[in-house]
Structures are given as C-alpha cells and as structure tokens.
Ligand binder design. Structure first.
Ligand SMILES: NC(=S)c1ccno1
Length: 246
C-alpha cells in the first residue's frame, strides 16, 4: 500500500517511522510519502490560509496549494488515483469496518486540514477523479488532521497481511468479528495484590473459557457500549461476569 500525507507540519507524522507502521514501511508493506503543503505555495510567506468568505472567526486553507499538491502527487492523467481521506470533525465516523475497507485500497492519500478547515472546493475538485471521504475519528475537535491521520494509519496498517505477527488476534479484538467489545485479558502471576485470575481461565476447559469470554464481552458491551448490543439479544443475569468490572 502507498500512503501519501499532505500537511503543513509533516514532521508531526514522524511517528509513522516507528513501531509497527515503521516496520511495515521498512519491510516494503507500506510506501509512505510525506509532503509539506507549503511546497506548493509561491509567495514569500508561503501562505496557505486566508479569511473565510461570509465572515466568521479563524482562517480557511486556500484551495490553490491543495489543488497543486493533489495534481503533483496524483496527476489527473495518471494510470491510477488514490482514495483521498480528509480528517474532519464533520466527517463520517472512522470505524473498524472502515479501517478494513481502507486496508484493501492500494493507495491512500490523507489531506491534513488546519485552522477552520480546507476550502470546500478542494474536495469537490478531487472528487472529479478520486474517491474522497471526509472522516472523523471522534466527536471532538483537534487543531488539525495530523493526529487523526496517525490514528487511522495505525488502525489500517495493522490489518495489512504480514504487519502483525499473529493475524488470528485480529479476529477477537473489540469491534471486529462479532462486533462486541473484547473480553478482559490476564497473564501470570495467577494471584496479584489480592486479585486472582478468574478460575475458569486456569481450568484448561476451552469450551467453558470461550463461554466465559463471550459472556464478558457481552457484559462489557452492555455496560460501556449498549449501542453496539442492538444486534445481540443477550440478557445477562446479575450473578454473571466479574464483580466491579467497568
Ligand atoms: N475529529 C477529527 S477527525 C478532527 C480533525 C480535526 N479536528 O478534529
């Protein structure tokens, strides 16, 4: 997968060089290209923003640098086009499902907005030749799209074949597989500061363990994300699951 990220702070994306994503890049599974939007400005101050039409606080990112950046990294007459992702609080929710969808793309480009956002005509211009998704990682406002790109790239890159050691672990994660939250996990020692590992996990009875884990997933989902339980009719009795789990 090729990844292009355009930002006025490309150094913000240096985290893509480390850990899992960095290893994927070094192994050739990811081909990451960071671009400074100001490389497509032509004035002495390398201006990328201006006041908003219609008034209002803040500044808006000018369309010209973005248009030239897109034309440079994905020429209109090129053989293929990227799927353009624009992080914005006004976007569609970024979900595990969308992460899987994006992981199947051969080429992703991310446009990191700053200030009050990017002139809306940029997305319209890009949509003439590439798929454009305005995507939000959550209902909160950041100072720019760079942090959201780091979140989305990590969520997508780890789904690429060969990036994580044991792909089986993907199947049981929160928001994957059955759509429930992941069950609580434990490791040695069996007793720690007055807290014991649930006996069932020490039993070696895989059927009981699977049943307990599912019940814990349903309990956690019911307590923390009842909105995700719509697909499940499970009714948990009070005595089920670990006490005090939140
Ligand atoms: N919630 C998102 S993705 C965002 C981008 C910029 N500010 O918030």
């Amino acid at each position: 997968m090729r990844l292009d990220v355009v930002s006025i702070f490309p150094e913000y994306l240096a985290a893509l060089d480390v850990s899992l994503v960095g290893k994927a890049a070094k192994s050739g599974l990811l081909d990451v290209h960071l671009h400074d939007l100001r490389d497509w400005t032509h004035d002495r101050h390398r201006t990328v923003d201006d006041t908003p039409y219609g008034g209002g606080a803040g500044m808006v990112m000018k369309p010209e640098p973005w248009g030239q950046a897109l034309d440079a990294l994905a020429p209109a007459d090129g053989p293929t086009q990227p799927r353009l992702i624009v992080p914005t609080p006004a976007g569609r929710p970024f979900t595990q499902e969308l992460a899987y969808e994006l992981a199947a793309e051969p080429w992703l480009a991310f446009a990191c907005g700053r200030y009050e956002g990017i002139d809306a005509r940029v997305a319209s211009y890009a949509a003439e030749r590439m798929r454009v998704d305005e995507v939000s990682i959550g209902d909160y406002v950041l100072n720019g799209g760079e942090v959201a790109v780091l979140v989305m790239v990590e969520a997508v890159a780890r789904l690429l074949p060969g990036v994580i050691g044991n792909p089986e672990s993907l199947a049981e994660e929160s928001h994957s597989g059955d759509g429930l939250l992941e069950y609580p996990v434990y490791t040695k020692p069996p007793a720690w500061r007055g807290y014991d590992v649930p006996e069932v996990l020490l039993s070696g009875n895989h059927g009981l363990i699977a049943e307990w884990r599912h019940e814990q997933s349903v309990r956690r989902t019911a307590e923390r994300r009842p909105d995700l339980l719509a697909a499940w009719g499970d009714v948990l009795s009070d005595q089920d699951g670990a006490e005090g789990v939140r």
